[in-house]
Design a protein around this ligand. Structure first.
Ligand SMILES: Cc1cc2nc3c(=O)[nH]c(=O)nc-3n(C[C@H](O)[C@H](O)[C@H](O)COP(=O)(O)OP(=O)(O)OC[C@H]3O[C@@H](n4cnc5c(N)ncnc54)[C@H](O)[C@@H]3O)c2cc1C
Length: 399
């Protein structure tokens, strides 16, 4: 009897895990992907969508043909429950699916309750529909401009996107001839500029300070937000920052349906070992943003950890190798702690940017470097095209 692998989620983690398992076992396994969305979404380019530099069609492709061409079954439906003892997943249409091995790659949702007024009075860019809404608000803003606040709240982890949006906003203000008249502020829970939720990298703080100074941006560090008002962001210390356009990056949470599975922490993230097997079940894995990662430091204002694309793919490959080993009757011994995965990222700044490279996501590190310059912007453009091509064709073995 061929073993059944069930993958929940069809984006960076789910698509990679599903196709990598097929590849590892040379097709001799039944793989099914269940996903709430039937499109792949290249989230890193959401930063450009509000400014009209990209639209929905540029950042997405339908995933059914990709899975079909690799012999993977695809179910476009949300999972609603996991019975890990009974090895069954419940779906929103009432069906249940059995599995021998399960991979949870259901990513994130916004914590909409993080700060009062955030949903009503600010926009965000962390989902496709949110980024589209931020674009409509940007068009309205241009008709009646004023000061702007870009913020990453207490507990947020996706700082790269906040910085990228900040610098892209500055670039757009220049293009619109508004740069001199608009006060642009950055509010962050990071203890210092360039912390990025990964503890910072050598010379990162100086570099980010230089970028902010050049763009005339004021930073509020180690800042909690008390609430978002209609025309201002009010910090925990009472500072009121007037704002005609507020873009706020909230913390992420795991999907709600996972909370009842007994597999998660209180944020809905699945607790995993370095094999990406869950703490409790050898046959249940979690990868990508869905997997819990402990924050290894305490900061005065809490910061989260960014679970970016490269580590997500690495986790998915590690899980796939271990499932393949289990199917072959071997011990699943591939291990890769999140903190030891390389950090590879490009931070875009409109027509400029910074390439971020480090030997490890989390300290202690041996190497870490930030390379600024216009080539970083071109790299991000090229990477978007390459990555969409790679995923659309299911070439998950490529770097
Ligand atoms: C604005 C932004 C910018 C970013 N920029 C970068 C960057 O520059 N570089 C970088 O490396 N990373 C970046 N990231 C991070 C990157 O997008 C994530 O690492 C990646 O999306 C994680 O993939 P994932 O598969 O774990 O989760 P997701 O991408 O969240 O995918 C989750 C999948 O699960 C599905 N799903 C959800 N709930 C259910 C359910 N109940 N049942 C079935 N399916 C479900 C969803 O439909 C989706 O297919 C950025 C993220 C954001 C939000």
């Amino acid at each position: 009897m061929r073993k059944k692998v069930l993958v929940l989620g069809g984006n960076f983690g789910g698509l990679t895990a599903a196709l990598a398992v097929k590849h590892e076992l040379e097709g001799d396994v039944d793989v099914t992907v269940v996903s709430k969305d039937d499109q792949f979404l290249f989230n890193p380019s959401l930063i450009w969508l509000p400014f009209g530099k990209r639209d929905r069609g540029d950042l997405t492709f339908p995933i059914a043909p990709t899975f079909e061409s690799h012999g993977v079954d695809f179910e476009h439906v949300a999972a609603t429950g996991i019975d890990a003892d009974g090895k069954q997943v419940t779906l929103a249409d009432g069906r249940t699916l059995d599995y021998d091995y399960l991979v949870i790659a259901t990513g994130y949702r916004n914590n909409d309750d993080v700060v009062p007024g955030y949903r009503e009075n600010a926009v965000t860019i962390t989902t496709l529909s949110d980024a589209e809404h931020a674009g409509t608000a940007w068009q309205r803003y241009l008709e009646d401009p004023g000061d702007i606040v870009i913020a990453a709240t207490q507990g947020a982890g996706c700082f790269g996107a906040a910085y990228e949006f900040l610098f892209n906003t500055s670039y757009q203000l220049r293009k619109a001839g508004l740069h001199k008249d608009v006060r642009l502020s950055y509010v962050t829970s990071e203890p210092f500029l360039g912390h990025f939720g990964i503890g910072g990298l050598p010379h990162g703080e100086q570099l980010l300070k230089m970028f902010l100074k050049k763009e005339g941006i004021t930073a509020h560090l180690d800042a909690g937000i008390d609430h978002v008002a209609e025309d201002a962001i009010v910090l925990a210390d009472g500072t009121e920052l007037p704002s005609a356009y507020s873009m706020v990056v909230p913390p992420f949470l795991g999907q709600e349906f996972l909370l009842a599975s007994g597999l998660t922490d209180d944020k809905g993230y699945v607790r995993v070992r370095d094999t990406y097997q869950t703490e409790k079940y050898d046959d249940v894995y979690a990868v990508g943003i869905a997997a819990a990662v402990d924050v290894p430091w305490q900061t005065p204002t809490p910061v989260g950890i960014p679970k970016t694309g490269f580590p997500t793919e690495q986790m998915a490959h590690t899980a796939a190798k271990n499932i393949a080993a289990q199917v072959r009757g071997e011990v699943p011994e591939h291990e890769q702690a999140f903190g030891d995965i390389k950090a590879i990222c490009v931070m875009d700044a409109g027509n400029n940017g910074v390439v971020i490279l480090a030997d490890k996501m989390l300290p202690p590190r041996k190497h870490g470097v930030l390379i600024p310059g216009p080539q970083a912007h071109l790299m991000k453009l090229g990477f978007e095209k390459y990555f969409m091509w790679k995923m659309r064709h299911g070439y998950v073995q490529l770097p």
